[in-house]
Design a binder for this molecule. Sequence first.
Ligand SMILES: C[S@@+](CC[C@H](N)C(=O)[O-])C[C@H]1O[C@@H](n2cnc3c(N)ncnc32)[C@H](O)[C@@H]1O
Length: 283
Amino acid sequence: MTDDQERVQPSGVWATAVGVAKVRALETGRENALFRDPLAQAFAAAGGLWPAPSPPPGDEAARRRRLGVAFSIVIRTKFLDDLLRRASASGIWQVVVLGAGMDSRAFRMDWPEGTRLFEVDTAAPLDFKASVLRQEGAAARCERIPVAVDLREDWPGALAAAGHDPMAPTVWIAEGLLIYLPEDAVELLLARIGAQSAAGSRMGLTLGSRGVIERFGADAAPGSAASMWVSEMPDDPVGWLAGHGWDAECHTLRERAAAYGRPMSTPPQGEERPGGLISAVRR
Ligand SMILES: C[S@@+](CC[C@H](N)C(=O)[O-])C[C@H]1O[C@@H](n2cnc3c(N)ncnc32)[C@H](O)[C@@H]1O
């Protein structure tokens, strides 16, 4: 049987990872792309999302929401690419991508020799990913270590068993993940990350901005990404992360998009709060 025939098809929360890959494939095709992800199209195609299906006609509000989500994925990808490059340049050689999905940074970015990159997600998306990587003959540009575990279980144990060294600084990424976890699970995740983080570790997070669930999730189609969103960022993300032992900086999508030469076309809606793109350093 070929990989294609035996491949498990996306479902539930991990299907969102294939949707993210579709957005990255579309960005990769742009002349002035903010990043290039050559594997994204293969992930999207394997999950039945490439060529990108035409959206159902009619609903202008739904179309705008989809474009807004896609835009935020492009900006956050660039934000975290930059954060990882800075962490690598500072000498950090351990990278942990939580809820990695179809993240292909191990394959598409340059890494200093000795870099170990752990991809943590449940078994089904990691199996799907492995079959696409085999099909594409993809070769990682660092030591890549998939860790199949549910983040509601003992993932620090699984990470340690896979070779993570908590005594050496780590750069952690949780991209498009926390919005799918209830608040108590987010708190537990942060506490566990902190417990595995030597001083000088870094972290990049994306948080659902305030009000996004009401604006996007309330009338979201069943099974869509937005229908599974459950948590938004706290009122004071910097204070919240300080309580977890991190010096954090918050960026808004609007500010980062402008900095990347991709300004948002929509006017600000009222007062802009500190945003959902977080970069943090462990005290
Ligand atoms: C929207 S996708 C983002 C994927 C990736 N971070 C990216 O930006 O390309 C969310 C990912 O979180 C993973 N995820 C959600 N809940 C999880 C859990 N309890 N344990 C492990 N992974 C989880 C899903 O499987 C999925 O791959």
